[in-house]
Design a protein around this ligand. Structure first.
Ligand code: GLN
Length: 283
């Protein structure tokens, strides 16, 4: 039925279809999926508005739009997500990199540069988006990235290759369990932090993501407690920790770091004004 349509009309049809299925970013989704099918940059779509995709491309597009209408995230359909201006491979074994996590990377790069911090540990690396973008964009001597999931680490390693981040050592480890190097200048992490009740209320899109990358026991505080109580052992004097926050639990999380004797604890808001990163220093 869509045979013979051009880029413009296909986009409109898909956008309206997605919107009628309740998707809030229907225009962006329609564009991301069509540019993926046509193997062009999304920014080139307006220039190609009169182009007529082949029947094969149209049928592929229909298939992808239908998947998206059933809430499969566009990043899983295309297999790629953008983060810090780089491309990351993603699949259902890893969380899709979020724009708010870019703030953590920006802060980490700034501290590393200003304070000459060269040795970094990224815990719960998932797709590797934090460690890989730090390696690609900064000047580090040594980065270690760990995750409990072998499948996630396989993706993270591919992402390191795709983005020329050759300085990363990947370790399969349950938090600190297999981390043998014990002195880092900086520890960064976006750990799972969603509570079971928050999880139940999430958009259906998020249910496609690995649940163990999102939720944490102990009212979402499990990883903060584990990390805060061990990092002092792994951090050099004056070393930093930067960790993404569950914005509903800021007071509890801050207290965990206070109790573990961290100093200069700062909470940094993301671009939508929500508390998103905790930065603290080892005394
Ligand atoms: N920020 C993610 C979300 O929006 C959660 C990531 C995490 O649990 N670390 O759901």
């Amino acid at each position: 039925m869509l045979s013979g349509q051009n880029v413009y009309t296909l986009l409109k049809t898909a956008e309206n279809f997605l919107k009628s299925n309740g998707l809030s970013n229907s225009k962006s989704d329609a564009e991301v999926l069509l540019s993926f099918v046509l193997q062009i940059k999304r920014s080139s779509l307006p220039l190609l508005r009169d182009k007529k995709p082949t029947d094969k491309q149209i049928s592929q597009y229909k298939d992808y739009v239908l998947k998206r209408s059933k809430r499969e995230p566009a990043a899983y359909i295309t297999g790629f997500a953008g983060f810090m201006g780089l491309e990351f491979k993603v699949d259902k074994n890893v969380l899709i990199p979020r724009p708010e996590t870019e703030l953590l990377v920006e802060l980490a790069l700034k501290i590393a540069d200003e304070k000459d911090k060269k040795f970094v540990l990224d815990l719960c690396t998932g797709s590797g988006c934090i460690a890989v973008s730090m390696a690609n964009l900064g000047k580090f001597e040594y980065l270690v990235a760990s995750d409990i999931s072998v499948n996630a680490l396989a993706i993270a390693k591919e992402n390191a290759q795709i983005n020329n981040a050759f300085s990363i050592k990947f370790i399969e480890s349950d938090i600190f369990e297999k981390i043998t190097d014990n002195k880092f200048d900086m520890i960064v992490s976006n750990p799972p932090y969603i509570t079971e009740s928050e999880y139940a209320a999430l958009d259906p899109d998020l249910k496609f993501e690995p649940k163990n990358a999102l939720t944490a026991q102990d009212e979402g505080l499990f990883f903060y407690k584990k990390i805060a109580s061990n990092t002092l052992k792994y951090l050099n004097d004056s070393g930093y920790i930067l960790i993404e926050l569950n914005s509903n639990k800021v007071r509890d999380i801050r207290q965990i770091f206070v109790d573990n004797k961290y100093v200069d604890i700062e909470i940094i808001n993301d671009y939508s004004g929500l508390p998103r990163i905790l930065k603290a220093q080892r005394p």
